[in-house]
Design a protein around this ligand. Structure first.
Ligand code: MEV
Length: 431
């Protein structure tokens, strides 16, 4: 068991095409966002394990001795996917959560408890830890906040238990894990995602683990190396929704109308493939018509997603307002509210932004507000790019830096949190 504090971060994501279809084995195209989740793990000797999630108001402490007495053999992984519903029921009892209906906060606690017990149970004695997780990502908005949470938890716990190597060398400020260790992080993070979402495709945790831009299908991913410089406007409708419920809704529609829904999923798959082809072509031989194709693909996919039942009036409003200015939008992530993406054309982006009516500008700025409210500790904000840009996401040159990372722990962060100062007041520097 490591004795020093660990600071880990992982990015959120935006799905360009393929949400929901990817759950049914189709292709999704996704890129890592420049908004991250951070986790600080500090080993303790007080016999407690504590979880502090300031963004969603969670502060929970367990006695390690109590957890140690639990028979965690039920967490032994069988051949099937873990965790099983029976395992989760037992964990809910441990966490003191109601058997029926656990909200976002409860699921975050449940995922932590599952990962802590499943990963650390191989230690002779369960470790005493203090864990704080905070995020620039608005929760439940389709930007992969739960995946970034799972990736951070897993990376920190696996490193603390020495199941994977601490990638930080003496003088490093930031480092990444080896490919093999990233595979382990991704595999465990998927299980954390299963606790939260039931039956996820795995695309969110894969992007959060590896960063960059990915084509993902049934657990297989390849990075999109040839990506043109695209400007995407992100709008948070701020309408809350449950990914688990939306994914389940699409499944029941598929079961009810297989002849109707299967072709929709096949068509979304074709849209992702066509988008990938056009993006590649835009790098090799750019031409203005290619934007028209991307716009048509966005429109068609948005209609399909509506037909799958994952639209929302707030997203219709986004599409309508942007269409009035010649722009094309679709939902991103699970839909039912959450975030939408709008493709901005090169050269015209300043003008297009100016054209957006005040209503749309307000919607766009909601995301800024959400991230600014989330905040990060003072000492970290200095290290973040001063040009972190929330309203527009540049899809050019996805950098491997966006993957999950281990940061050198700054004394200021330790001091801030130890003194009980609120380290979450300062915000990232916004453009
Ligand atoms: C959520 O970000 C994307 C969905 O396709 C669900 C999943 O892939 O697990 C809706």
């Amino acid at each position: 068991m490591l004795s020093e504090a660990l600071l880990v971060s992982a990015p959120g994501k935006v799905i360009l095409h393929g949400e929901h279809a990817v759950v049914h084995g189709k292709v999704a195209l996704a890129v890592a966002l420049n908004l991250r989740t951070f986790l600080l793990l500090r080993p303790q000797s007080n016999g407690k394990v504590s979880l502090n999630l300031p963004n969603i108001g969670i502060k929970q402490v367990w006695d390690v001795a109590g957890l140690q007495l639990l028979d965690t053999n039920f967490l032994e992984q069988g051949d099937g996917p873990a965790p099983t519903p029976e395992q989760l029921e037992k964990l809910k009892k441990v966490a003191g959560l109601p058997e029926d209906g656990v909200g976002t906060e409860g699921l975050a606690v449940l995922a932590f408890l599952y990962l802590y017990l499943a990963i650390c149970r191989k230690q002779r004695v369960l470790p005493s830890l203090d864990i704080v997780v905070w995020s620039e990502l608005p929760p439940g908005a389709g930007l992969g906040s739960s995946a970034a949470y799972s990736v951070c938890l897993v990376a920190a716990l696996l490193t603390a238990c020495e199941n994977i190597t601490n990638p930080l060398k003496d003088r490093d400020a930031i480092s990444r894990w080896s490919e093999e260790d990233l595979e382990s992080i991704n595999k465990w993070a998927y299980e954390g995602e299963r606790v939260i979402h039931g039956n996820p495709s795995g695309v969110d945790n894969a992007v959060s683990t590896w960063g960059g831009a990915l084509r993902y299908q049934q657990g297989k991913m390849s990075s999109l190396k040839r990506l043109p410089a695209l400007q995407i406007l992100l709008t948070n409708t701020k309408v809350p929704r449950s990914t688990k419920a939306l994914v389940a809704g699409v499944r029941s529609r598929l079961l009810k109308f297989p002849e109707i829904v299967t072709p929709l999923l096949t068509s979304i798959d074709a849209i992702s493939l066509e988008c990938e082809r056009v993006l590649g072509e835009m790098v090799a031989a750019p031409a203005p018509e290619q934007y028209l194709v991307l716009e048509e693909l966005i429109d068609m996919n948005q209609h399909h997603l509506n037909a799958l039942g994952v639209g929302h009036t707030s997203l219709d409003q986004l599409c309508r307002i942007t269409a009035a200015h010649g722009l094309h939008s679709k939902l991103t992530g699970a839909g039912g509210g959450g975030c939408g993406i709008t493709l901005l054309k090169p050269g015209e982006t300043e003008a297009q932004r100016g054209y957006l009516c005040p209503e749309q500008q307000t919607q766009a700025s909601n995301l800024v507000t959400a991230a600014a409210e989330a905040g990060v500790p003072r000492s970290l904000s200095n290290r973040l790019s001063p040009a972190i840009c929330l309203k527009e996401q540049s899809l050019s040159r996805p950098s491997p830096n966006t993957a999950t990372k281990m940061h050198a722990v700054d004394r200021d962060i330790e001091a801030d949190t130890e003194l009980g100062n609120d380290p979450f007041l300062d915000t990232v520097c916004l453009q």
